[in-house]
Design a protein around this ligand. Structure first.
Ligand SMILES: Cc1cc2nc3c(=O)[nH]c(=O)nc-3n(C[C@H](O)[C@H](O)[C@H](O)COP(=O)(O)OP(=O)(O)OC[C@H]3O[C@@H](n4cnc5c(N)ncnc54)[C@H](O)[C@@H]3O)c2cc1C
Length: 459
């Protein structure tokens, strides 16, 4: 028997699924979110560069560009209402070779054609005034003032919480296994039970083609995971770069970025490595060594800086660069696949596009979640009275923040989920000092208990 009847079932609670669920819930639909993992953001969305892209280098005239532009605009419009951080630091696109320098005017023209008209050419002489630590070999570049840094996890959590505030239901450990299309609706059989929904949105990221086959018996695209490895430097290194430092992009990748994080670290990465395996986000010492050298070529002062952590993310790339978004209204199915490397920026725009595809009239949000302030320069809870004391001294996470993350609309269900909600254990000691206390505080609260499944996979 179906456990519930819904207008829309969203399969996958990555940043894209959360944004789509939010849009439909605000627009008045009864929404179900099925997520196969113990907690949300367990796929591609758990490890990325956290840049809110303007779309300056997106393919001209593409759906990806439209979604990035719309997502970027909506994020900027709503972030303050939900306490979501935004560091409008801007980016510098840097040329290190003659060939890259020759490509700059074309890229600037592309930016203007993409609606990002405020880019500004910089020559060799101007660059040191903007970035004093840049290697002197840099030839030229241009500035994209609109590129910004955000928190990749609180944004997606905020979309999810707002969806739930508007009546959406989240089912975790609910992997879609089989599905039958009936006359007017779908019957979905998941590991957490069976459900009925008029419309299904496939937002299964790295498993998008697999879910497409469950729904229709075949898939019109194939996911080819593309791994990106990162080095995360300690907080003192963040002073070395004011802007997001980007290379001249190639057809395949945006290349290795050097930038601060909203949490006050500095990251170098990602790589772009195609692989078959959809869950192997391991890091490889030789690749990290090459990344370290690339970082030091850009910012020589990185040499000798301490490293906090390494991590990797998997992009849900497909055989085509384009987003794989398609609606089959007769079948009651919208596919949102292949959201490779810009999904964090585009998520809200993708959600708008999907709502338009199915002809849903835009609603007005009644409630707005108030997200915890985790950004390095924000007013943090440890500074406020009554916080219960600090548990994680590296990231200054309080007992009150941990308690809040285990309550609310979608309580953390694993250490990884708690990390993404609070930053606990994500600092210099990587949980060495606070794990025992955390195990005590979270005892009996997680569906994936800390000691049984203490895999450090938060990204
Ligand atoms: C290295 C790297 C750097 C990046 N940098 C940036 C950046 O700076 N800016 C930016 O905008 N974007 C960036 N991105 C891209 C962004 O992270 C992705 O586009 C985005 O996370 C894709 O989200 P998604 O929701 O489509 O997929 P996912 O996050 O993979 O979500 C899909 C969800 O579906 C669930 N699922 C799968 N199968 C089933 C099933 N059968 N039943 C139920 N649930 C299921 C999974 O568990 C998962 O939680 C980067 C990505 C990577 C990897």
């Amino acid at each position: 028997m179906a456990q519930g009847v819904f207008d829309v079932a969203v399969v996958g609670a990555g940043v894209v699924g959360c944004a789509i669920a939010r849009r439909f819930a605000i627009d008045g639909a009864r929404v179900l979110i099925l997520e196969r993992a113990h907690d949300v953001l367990d796929g591609a969305s758990k490890g990325n560069s956290a840049i809110l892209h303007t779309g300056f280098d997106a393919p001209e005239g593409s759906l990806e560009l439209d979604c990035i532009r719309a997502g970027y605009a909506e994020y900027r419009e709503i972030h303050a209402r939900m306490n979501l951080p935004l560091d409008p630091c801007g980016a510098l696109v840097l040329a290190w070779t003659e060939e890259q320098q020759a490509a700059l005017p074309g890229l600037m023209a592309q930016a203007a054609a993409n609606g990002v008209g405020d880019v500004e050419m910089l020559d060799h002489a101007t660059l040191p005034a903007l970035e004093s630590q840049l290697a002197p070999e840099v030839r030229a570049g241009f500035r994209v003032p609109g590129e910004a840094l955000i928190d990749p996890w609180s944004a997606a959590h905020a979309y999810l919480y707002q969806a739930i505030q508007h009546g959406a239901e989240l089912r975790l450990r609910a992997e879609l296994l089989t599905a039958e299309r009936q006359a007017e609706s779908w019957r979905l059989h998941a590991s957490a039970g069976s459900f009925e929904a008029g419309l299904v949105v496939n937002a299964a990221g790295l498993w998008g083609d697999h879910v497409e086959r469950i729904l229709t018996g075949e898939s019109w695209f194939q996911i080819r995971p593309r791994k990106g490895q990162f080095i995360l430097y300690d907080k003192p290194a963040a002073a070395l770069a004011g802007h997001i430092l980007l290379p001249v992009p190639t057809k395949v990748t945006k290349g290795v970025v050097v930038c601060r994080t909203i949490f006050g670290n500095l990251l170098v990465g990602p790589t772009a490595e195609e692989q078959e395996e959809r869950e192997d986000a391991s890091v490889v010492p030789a690749t990290l060594e090459a990344l370290r050298q690339t970082g030091e070529t850009i910012l020589p002062a990185l040499a000798g800086q301490e490293v906090t952590a390494f991590y990797a993310g998997l992009r849900p790339a497909s055989e085509d660069k384009a987003y794989r978004i398609r609606a089959d209204l007769e079948r009651g199915l919208v596919t949102v696949g292949g959201i490779r490397s810009t999904g964090l920026s585009a998520a809200l725009g993708i959600a708008q596009h999907v709502a338009r595809l199915v002809g849903r009239a835009p609603g007005v949000a009644r409630d707005w979640p108030e997200m915890p302030v985790l950004a390095q320069d924000g007013a943090r809870d440890w500074q406020a009275p009554g916080n219960g004391g600090i548990v994680c001294h590296c990231e200054l996470v309080t007992r009150r923040e941990i308690a809040a993350a285990m309550e609310g609309p979608a309580p953390a269900q694993s250490l990884a989920g708690l990390k993404r909600r609070t930053r606990v254990t994500m600092g210099r000691c990587q949980g060495f000092y606070c794990s025992a206390e955390l195990a005590r505080l979270t005892e009996g609260r997680f569906t994936q208990p800390m000691l049984a499944g203490a895999v450090d996979d938060a990204g």
